[in-house]
Design a protein around this ligand. Structure first.
Ligand code: NDP
Ligand code: OXD
Length: 321
């Protein structure tokens, strides 16, 4: 007998968010269940017990009266939390080794890129002229990671193993071997004061919206070997005040920025970020959600849940992440 249906609602735009690819993967890992690719698949809303979603339209999920669990197909749930009609059922997010490793690759790549002066060296290459500046050691650079959750803690560990002096900042106290841990409002200023490269891996919540602003940037270490502090944001665009970032790059408060996420995505063609000489952009692909891995993760969670087990990585709606 077929079990309760799984509805797929995916609105991504890039290749890994191809709805058909997700449908194929879920058909394979949930052979005993109807997998409905919405909005087009004919269905009775009452048959849907599970939803696997990425940026569904507000109100979409309220249509299913027998929904038991919502699986967000990414780590960040800010888009779902903004839906006032979100059904009051467990909301599970992605926290898997595959995604975590991808984010740590991105963070290591961009920290090393700024540390090793790659933008300057590539420019020199194009100009066919070397004039290398002195290269400091990794242990001369303090990296500060905002967010010490699944992604931040792993990135911090990878950076530590590369030799950087690493600190992290979280909401509640954390202890991580070899990482100087700060937390809460009281911990923010001392965390910023020692930071040469700021990596942001926070979730977007009411508390963190626009936290990356001029007032925060001015508190970063002004005596870094890099000359001026560097910002790397792979959390969410809503964490950053983009006008402040541009002004701070122009007046030297910031030396450079790597941005993966933006207030409006895709980044509008008239954004000054595209051509800014101190900015390195990526298209919100710091850590892609892999349909093969994540469909298996969701299917395993459903199987465990139906056998009476607990769901993993359930979002705390009060905290917003
Ligand atoms: P987690 O929920 O595991 O970790 C969140 C961390 O942020 C925790 O350490 C938490 O503190 C901290 N935090 C939350 N609110 C505050 C606050 N107000 N003050 C200080 N610290 C705070 O999330 P993940 O690590 O899995 O993911 C982080 C974010 O990365 C996602 O929400 C998403 O937005 C983004 N992301 C981006 C991707 C991309 O491709 N660009 C891909 C995947 C995720 P505490 O430890 O005390 O709870
Ligand atoms: C996520 C993302 O949250 O890809 O997983 O942004």
């Amino acid at each position: 007998m077929k079990k309760g249906a799984l509805a797929i609602l995916v609105h991504g735009g890039s290749e890994n968010w191809s709805p058909l690819r997700w449908k194929d993967r879920f058909d394979e890992v949930c052979p005993d269940r109807r997998v409905l690719l919405l909005p087009d698949a004919p269905h009775d809303p009452a048959e849907v017990q599970y939803a696997a979603v990425w940026k569904p339209r507000p109100g979409d999920l309220a249509a299913f009266p027998n929904l038991r669990v919502i699986f967000n197909l990414g780590a960040g749930v800010d888009a779902l939390m903004a839906d006032n009609s979100l059904p009051d059922v467990p909301l599970v997010r992605v926290a898997v080794t595959d995604l975590t490793a991808r984010m740590s690759e991105y963070v290591a790549l961009h920290v090393l890129m700024h540390h090793r002066q790659e933008p300057y060296l590539r420019q020199s290459q194009r100009e066919k002229h070397w004039s290398p500046k002195s290269q400091w050691a990794a242990n001369a650079i303090s990296v500060g990671v905002m967010g010490l959750g699944t992604l931040g803690a792993d990135s911090a560990d990878v950076l530590k193993r590369l030799g950087f002096r690493v600190a992290g900042w979280s909401r509640s106290p954390r202890t991580i071997d070899g990482i100087e841990c700060f937390h809460g409002n009281a911990g923010l200023d001392p965390f910023l004061r020692r930071t040469d490269i700021l990596v942001c891996l926070l979730p977007l919540t009411d508390e963190t919206r626009h936290i990356l602003n001029r007032a925060l940037f001015t508190k970063l270490n002004r005596t870094s070997p890099l000359g001026a502090p560097v910002l790397i944001n792979a959390g969410r665009g809503g964490l950053q005040n983009e006008a402040d970032i541009l002004q701070c790059l122009d007046d030297g408060t910031l030396g450079a920025a790597s941005l993966d996420v933006y207030g409006t995505e895709p980044l509008p063609t008239d954004s000054p970020f595209w051509t800014h000489p101190k900015v390195v952009l990526t298209p919100h692909n710091a850590a892609d959600t892999d349909p093969d891995e994540i469909s298996k993760y969701v299917a395993a969670q459903i199987a465990r849940f139906e056998a009476g087990g607990a769901l993993d990585n359930v979002v705390d709606r009060g905290r917003g992440y």
